[in-house]
Every structure is written in structure tokens, then in C-alpha cells.
Design a protein around this ligand. Structure first.
Ligand SMILES: NC(=O)c1ccc[n+]([C@@H]2O[C@H](COP(=O)([O-])OP(=O)(O)OC[C@H]3O[C@@H](n4cnc5c(N)ncnc54)[C@H](O)[C@@H]3O)[C@@H](O)[C@H]2O)c1
Ligand SMILES: [Zn+2]
Ligand SMILES: [Zn+2]
Length: 497
């Protein structure tokens, strides 16, 4: 023990006298570490500006506490910390930490500046793309958005993407589709205000609205086998918030909410169980895509089917959802990933995302079914197949191309209303499993922030899915490129900020 102290003292003397800094070993470095652990969470916006101007530390009391701690540390290291040079080093270390806190606070302030807090509690008039009726283009209108009521959150939407499901409803394929409505469910924004009883969100938080809510209380939320929270299912299906009313009006006419999200509007109101806070540094123009398509395809592989390493996988439909399935299959180490689409132009991206082979049903032999062709060519079929189109014919192909005895087929695509799937029961008797997924099985409020973090650390691709950029006013063009099969995802800038 004694020799240790002496060694330390020698190092310290050397450092102070020769004016060299060994941060990792010097007491300043040690204190900086202590400080980081103890103090880093107490930024105070009011007086941090002083540090920026370099006059005094932001928290003199904290500094004096720290200086007192010198004595303790000094005792630990054999009384060697009394010199002025060391004291200065402590202060310098303190100020370095202060600077980090200041930049954090300034960043948070910048985000806050993007929203006008004076609107809290008032009706906001803003622009939205309104779907007045099915099969008609969306109209950019001034709409009124009421303040959030109890357990509701009003969000300033900064970005939204257009998903196939929006087109499905707008095109009138959903008989339960309600009009007039504010569509959109793949978005991201900043909390503008919250209603009574909202505890885990505050104005300024970066958030993603979630069409699959998570109340954490219902029997579905408590069951690890499903993500289908039922708490607000009825009101969400009826196009209203849980209290049975809408927060949107256009020229006196109430507008329906869509999938509990309605992101095609500069402001929206959602239930507090239909939204999650994401990392402060997350780029919202990218992570908005994690609100639906990418998360769904990726989660179908990881959660719904739990695809194992070295599996064989086939994917029908190479839109954003199908490519996300390929991304997931590659991530888990599938050894063969076959990409299937009728549009030749889709194969390039599929190969880039990790597909090992591709097949175009139009070019397959026409004297047998496409699934028979696949079963013959790919050694009896696939361990896992995914349908990401929404057609009952391709759902059957996918099931019957799953391997006899153990193959699993997962339906992701949303089929036209009233349509039914069919196969010969013998297909299931002989061991194939037919399943489906909603939002990739993710428990939305728990998991979407983690997916955002995975994107931030480079584990999850998002940028590669963005093929087009538009403004809200150009939203009908975004639907056109979707229908033409030219886009994976179009990201729309909704609010100016
Ligand atoms: N289950 C869920 O939670 C969930 C979530 C998001 C999307 N979806 C659904 O997933 C589906 C895919 O969404 P997307 O955004 O990727 O759509 P998309 O339109 O971008 O992609 C569909 C792809 O299927 C291809 N295709 C069409 N007919 C085909 C056929 N007969 N054979 C082979 N390929 C064919 C198209 O060329 C296109 O590349 C949609 O039905 C959407 O509604 C479901
Ligand atoms: Zn979607
Ligand atoms: Zn629930």
C-alpha cells in the first residue's frame, strides 16, 4: 500500500513540475471521472451561459463541493494533492464537463425553439392533407387541431412517409375506411403539449407515433407472445381518440383520425400510449420510417418467426417491407435468401440488402405452379417464407413453397377486404405453419426507441429505404411514385422548422 502511494506521488510530481498531463493517471482525471458519475445529470439552463463566456463556473457550489473532496482524494493518494497546479487542473476538468453540459443544454434549447410553446392549451390552425373521399387526391387544407385532453399528446409532425397501407385506404380497398380523414402513420415529430395525466412525455421531446399502441396493462400487453394491445382498439378502429371524439376539424366538419396517428398534418393529437420518445440526437427525417414498414419486415424475421442462422428464406414482394425482411434475414445469418418480385427493377436493391438469389414468377416455367418450381429448384422449399405484397394468390404460393415438415410462412401483406386465403389442409397436416404479423411483433413503446438506437449505431439500415423527398403540398406525387412502383419510401417534410 505504501509503495503504491509513493509511486503515485512520484508520477504526480513529475506531472506538475514538468507541466505534462497524464489524464488517465493524474488525480484530475480521477476526479473528472467521479464528477461525470455524480454530477453529469444536473444541467441548469439558467446560469450555464456564464461558462460559455468563460467567467465563472456554472455551479460554484458544485465546484466548492468538489474542491472539498480534494481533501479526501488527497488522503487516498498520500496527501499529495495540495499544490496549486493540481487545484487548477481540477478546475479545468470541472470546466470541461461544464462545457459538455452547456452544449447539451443548447442542443435541447434548439429543439425547443422548433416548437412554439405559446400554442399550448389553444386550438392550432395548421395545414394538413385531407382525404375527403376514397379514390380522390388528397387536398391541402387549413384544419383546426384541438389541444390534447387527458392522456393525450399534441405533436408537431416534422416528417412523414407514405406507406402502402395509406394508399390501400385512400384507394377505397378498406371497406371500414372512414372519410373525411387525415391519413398517415409513419411519422416523427416533437411534442408540442400534453394533456392531464401524461407522465412520461413533455413538450420538446422527439417522438414517433405508433399505430400499434402499448398500454402495458392489458392482458395482451402482459403476454410476451403478442404486441396487439387492445386498450384503445375500438376507438382507433372508429377513427377517434379513446374518449370517442376527434381533435380535427376543417371548415366546421370533424375529420377522422387514422390508425391512431394521422401524420399527414402539421399537428396531430394521439393517445399517450400511441407514442414513444426517441433519442434526442435521432434524425427525425430518417427514423420516421421506423413507425411502420422497416420495423415490420425486420421484426417479422426476428420476433414472429425467430429465423435461425443458416436458414433458407424466400421473400415475396420487394417493397420496403420485403427489403426489411431481407435485411433481418441477413442479420440473423440466413444462408440463402431468395427475393421474388414481378418487377425486374426491384432485384438490384434486393441483392444490395442481402438477397443471394432472385426469381421473377413471370419468367418461371409456366407448365407448373410457381411454388412447385421453387420447391424443385430449392431442395424441397424454404425454412421460412414471407409474403410482403398483400395478395391471396401469393400468400398461397409462399405457404406451399415452405418446406414440408417444418417450413413456416408469414403473412405480412394486407389483402383486399373480404378476400380469403386458401390451401389444401394437407399442406398444414404435413408440417407447414402459416402465421402472420402486425408491426413485426414489436412491443411498440418499449421496442421502437431501441430500433432507433440500433439505427444510430449503424446496425439497422434506414437511409437506403428513402428514394424520394417531397413537401406536404406534393403528397399526391408521393402516392403516384408509390403506385408506379418507383419508390421504396418517400419522406415528406411536413412542418417548417
Ligand atoms: N402487417 C403489417 O403490420 C404491415 C405493415 C406495413 C405494411 N404492410 C403491408 O405489406 C405490404 C407491402 O408493403 P410495401 O410498402 O413494401 O409495398 P410495396 O407496394 O412497396 O411493395 C410491394 C411489392 O410487391 C410486388 N408485387 C406485386 N404483385 C406481385 C406478384 N404477384 N408477385 C410478386 N411480386 C409482386 C411489387 O412489384 C412491389 O415491389 C402491403 O400490403 C402493406 O399494406 C403490412
Ligand atoms: Zn404502414
Ligand atoms: Zn395494452
Amino acid at each position: 500500500m505504501q509503495s503504491k502511494r509513493l509511486t503515485y506521488r512520484r508520477r504526480l510530481c513529475y506531472n506538475t513540475k514538468s507541466n505534462q498531463t497524464r489524464v488517465s493517471k493524474c488525480p484530475g482525471g480521477r476526479l473528472r471521472f467521479l464528477y461525470k458519475k455524480k454530477q453529469a445529470k444536473v444541467p441548469r439552463c439558467g446560469d450555464t451561459g456564464k461558462v460559455l463566456r468563460g467567467i465563472t463556473p456554472a455551479r460554484p457550489r458544485a465546484l466548492s463541493r468538489m474542491t472539498k473532496r480534494l481533501k479526501t482524494v488527497s488522503r487516498i493518494y498520500g496527501g499529495c494533492l495540495s499544490g496549486q497546479a493540481v487545484r487548477e487542473r481540477i478546475v479545468r476538468a470541472f470546466l470541461v464537463e461544464e462545457q459538455k453540459i452547456v452544449s447539451k443544454v443548447l442542443k435541447a434549447r434548439k429543439t425547443m425553439a422548433q416548437i412554439d410553446m405559446s400554442t399550448a392549451g389553444k386550438v392550432i390552425t395548421c395545414r394538413a392533407a385531407v382525404a375527403w373521399e376514397a379514390k380522390k387526391p388528397l387536398a391541402i387544407e387549413d384544419i383546426e387541431v384541438e389541444p390534447p385532453r387527458a392522456h393525450e399528446v399534441r405533436i408537431k409532425i416534422l416528417y412523414t412517409a407514405v406507406c402502402h397501407t395509406d394508399a390501400y385506404t385512400l384507394d377505397g380497398h378498406d371497406p371500414e375506411g372512414l372519410f373525411p380523414v387525415v391519413l398517415g402513420h409513419e411519422g416523427a415529430g416533437i411534442v408540442e403539449s400534453v394533456g392531464v395525466g401524461v407522465v412520461d412525455l413533455k413538450p420538446g421531446d422527439k417522438v414517433i407515433p405508433l399505430y400499434v399502441p402499448q398500454c402495458r396493462e392489458c392482458e395482451y400487453c402482459k403476454n410476451p407472445k403478442t404486441n396487439l394491445c387492445q386498450k384503445i382498439r375500438v376507438s382507433q378502429g372508429n377513427g377517434v381518440l379513446p374518449d370517442g371524439t376527434s381533435r380535427f376539424k376543417c371548415r366546421g366538419t370533424p375529420l377522422y383520425h387514422f390508425m391512431g396517428c394521422s401524420t399527414f398534418s402539421e399537428y396531430t393529437v394521439v393517445s399517450d400510449i400511441s407514442v414513444c420518445k426517441v433519442a434526442e440526437s435521432a434524425p427525425l427525417d430518417k427514423v420516421c420510417l421506423l413507425g411502420c414498414g422497416i420495423s415490420t419486415g425486420y421484426g417479422a424475421v426476428l420476433n414472429t418467426c425467430k429465423v435461425e442462422k443458416d436458414s433458407t428464406v424466400a421473400v415475396w414482394g420487394l417493397g420496403a417491407v420485403g427489403l426489411a425482411v431481407i435485411m433481418g434475414a441477413k442479420a440473423v445469418g440466413a444462408k440463402r435468401i431468395v427475393a421474388i418480385d414481378i418487377a425486374e427493377k426491384k432485384f438490384k436493391a434486393a441483392l444490395e440488402f442481402g438477397a443471394t438469389d432472385y426469381e421473377n414468377p413471370k419468367e418461371a416455367p409456366q407448365d407448373k405452379s410457381f411454388q412447385s418450381y421453387l420447391v424443385e429448384k430449392y431442395s424441397g422449399g424454404f425454412d421460412y417464407t414471407f409474403e410482403c405484397i398483400g395478395k391471396v394468390a401469393t400468400m398461397r404460393q409462399a405457404l406451399e413453397a415452405a418446406h414440408k415438415g417444418w417450413g413456416e410462412s408469414c403473412i405480412i401483406g394486407v389483402a383486399g377486404a373480404g378476400q380469403e386465403i386458401s390451401t389444401r389442409p394437407f399442406q398444414l397436416v404435413t408440417g407447414r405453419v402459416w402465421k402472420g404479423t402486425a408491426f413485426g411483433g414489436w412491443k411498440s413503446r418499449d421496442d421502437v426507441p431501441k430500433l432507433v438506437d440500433e439505427y444510430m449505431t449503424g446496425k439497422l439500415k434506414v437511409d437506403d429505404f428513402i428514394t424520394h423527398h417531397f413537401n406536404l403540398a406534393e403528397i399526391n406525387e408521393a402516392f403516384s411514385v408509390l403506385h408506379a412502383g418507383d419508390s421504396l419510401r418517400s419522406v415528406l417534410s411536413v412542418s417548417s422548422h
